[in-house]
Design a protein around this ligand. Structure first.
Ligand code: SF4
Length: 501
């Protein structure tokens, strides 16, 4: 199937169904949130981590005019790339094949996992060593491969810690941000043979490196993510700090890269502003320690590099978001995590409460496309709409607007001419819909409206103190004793103007 076909007609895997994934379950979001806000230790560690990351970012964007200008460039590149997505994917595929890269298209996580398994089996590989890749988390690669007898070992230090603990990443850039050094020290002492308990951070990193270095030497297959795909050169760009990404993509005989179809840009020069925005927004670095530009397998005469390079391009709901003019902006994301670091909700509940691969504001806008709205309907409501996420987003994604649209899509059928999202209207409540209809009707009949309000005011003393979920955390809703018109008139010392609607 051609890239164009894949980019424009892949079906939504979660449309009208429950997710086929097992490890993520955002249906427990509310219960998880209650538990998380009750955990003072978790709140304190996320608060200090977010303060640290915010300060690091702020140090690099102290000149707001310069930030706005660079963000304008980044946004324009992402919008331009998405506007030409099918064409760029075609060119990317052609150029990659010309360089000897094998390109695979996966509409769903199941298809992507089947591709990984087939490659592992073709090389008789019993294991894979992985660099950091959120898309591999999205398809639950480790778990699906383990079911088939193929062990995946994480080599990014944060991911390695999370895997050793049997947990999931709580942040897209810093997966183990929820763990203290004492917890990591205890984990290493318990899980890694002959390891003494130490809280010395350098010693802990050295222990992890020692384990992983041996694994790099023996692995037949290395796995990585991709930050940017360059269509005109057929280049896979990988941004990292630890060097494990370079090891995964050069030491094993086979390198499999996986990423979403939206990561493509047209030209190499488009990568540079995005790279600058990404590193400053994510970790407050002007540049990362490593920037890998991968252009195919080892060529004759070259001494190192993999003999085979594969690229798995995952759709998983992205093409549906792309087709919808309202939601296409979601795909501009470069996964920097800045929206999470500045979100007051994320800072209080942490990443695990969301129950999704991508937590925080980016998770709330992307997860409904990946998993459908039925299991994710609570996520877009987990926002005060303060706008901090949009303020810091380096590619200008209007996150609060998208959250509002998703809230609407969860409750309402699609507008005429709009394709339904997976799980559209799954949160529809006929009682609520009826109440809003009655409210709208009353507003269209001013005399009746005034009459109803006047009765309501007289009965306000009877307002119940318990009002379903509302009063769990708020004071009861009560009609005001006086309306705005009367209050204004009182302030101005005149008689209220009659409502002539
Ligand atoms: S939505 Fe914006 S701020 Fe959030 S991860 Fe994506 S690019 Fe970064």
């Amino acid at each position: 199937m051609s890239a164009l076909t894949h980019a424009t007609h892949a079906t939504h895997p979660a449309a009208g169904t429950t997710s086929t994934l097992h490890f993520v379950d955002p249906r427990h979001f509310k219960a998880n949130t209650s538990e998380a806000v009750g955990d003072a230790h978790l709140r304190a560690s996320f608060r200090s981590a977010m303060d640290f990351l915010q300060a690091k970012r702020a140090g690099h964007f102290s000149d707001t005019a310069a930030f706005d200008a660079l963000r304008g460039v980044g946004e324009a590149i992402r919008r331009y790339s998405l506007s030409r997505l099918p064409d760029l994917l075609e060119r990317l595929e052609g150029n990659l094949i010309a360089r000897g890269v094998q390109v695979h298209w996966a509409a769903t996580p199941a298809e992507a996992n089947a591709i990984f398994l087939a490659i592992a089996r073709a090389h008789d590989a019993k294991g894979m060593i992985k660099g950091k890749s959120m898309v591999s988390e999205e398809i639950e690669l480790n778990h699906r491969m383990a079911e088939q007898g193929v062990d995946c070992l994480e080599s990014d230090m944060g991911e390695y810690i999370v895997q050793l603990a049997g947990e999931r990443p709580s942040h897209i850039i810093m997966p183990a941000i929820h763990k203290t050094k004492q917890q990591i020290a205890a984990l290493f002492a318990q899980e890694i043979p002959d390891t003494p308990y130490t809280e010395d951070v350098d010693a802990l990193i050295a222990i992890g490196r020692r384990v992983l270095r041996n694994e790099f030497r023996d692995a037949k297959v290395g796995v990585s993510g991709v930050n940017f795909l360059v269509a005109e050169t057929g280049t896979l760009c990988l941004v990292e700090n630890e060097g494990n990404g370079r090891m995964c993509t050069t030491v094993p005989e086979v390198h499999i890269a996986i990423t979403g179809i939206e990561k493509v840009v047209e030209r190499f020069e488009h990568v540079l502003p995005l790279f600058s925005l990404l590193t400053r927004s994510a970790t407050g670095q002007a540049v990362t320690t490593y920037f890998n530009a991968i252009t195919g397998p080892r060529r004759p005469g070259e001494l190192d590099g993999p003999k085979e390079v594969h690229l798995v391009l995952l759709d998983n709901g992205r093409s549906q978001a792309w087709r919808d003019a309202d939601f296409r902006a979601t795909l501009q994301c470069i996964r920097c995590g800045a929206c999470m670091n500045h979100c007051p909700v994320y800072a209080r509940i942490g990443g695990l409460a969301y129950g999704t691969t991508y937590p925080g504001p980016i998770g709330a806008i992307i997860s409904p496309h990946l998993l459908g709205l039925e299991p994710t309907q609570d996520l877009p409501t987990a926002s005060s709409l303060c706008g901090a996420c949009a303020e810091v987003c380096p590619v200008g994604i209007p996150i609060p607007e998208l959250l509002m649209q998703l809230r609407r899509a969860a409750k309402h059928d699609p507008e005429p001419g709009h394709e339904p999202l997976g799980g559209q209207a799954s949160a529809k409540d006929w009682k609520e819909a009826l109440a809003w209809k009655a409210w709208a009707w009353l507003n269209e009949h001013p005399a009746l409206y005034r009459h109803a309000v006047s009765i309501g005011r007289r009965l306000r003393g009877l307002t119940p103190n318990w009002q379903a979920g509302w009063t769990a955390h708020r004071t009861p809703m009560k009609l005001a004793a006086k309306g705005l018109r009367e209050r204004l008139a009182e302030q101005e010392g005149r008689r209220p103007t009659p409502d002539r609607r």
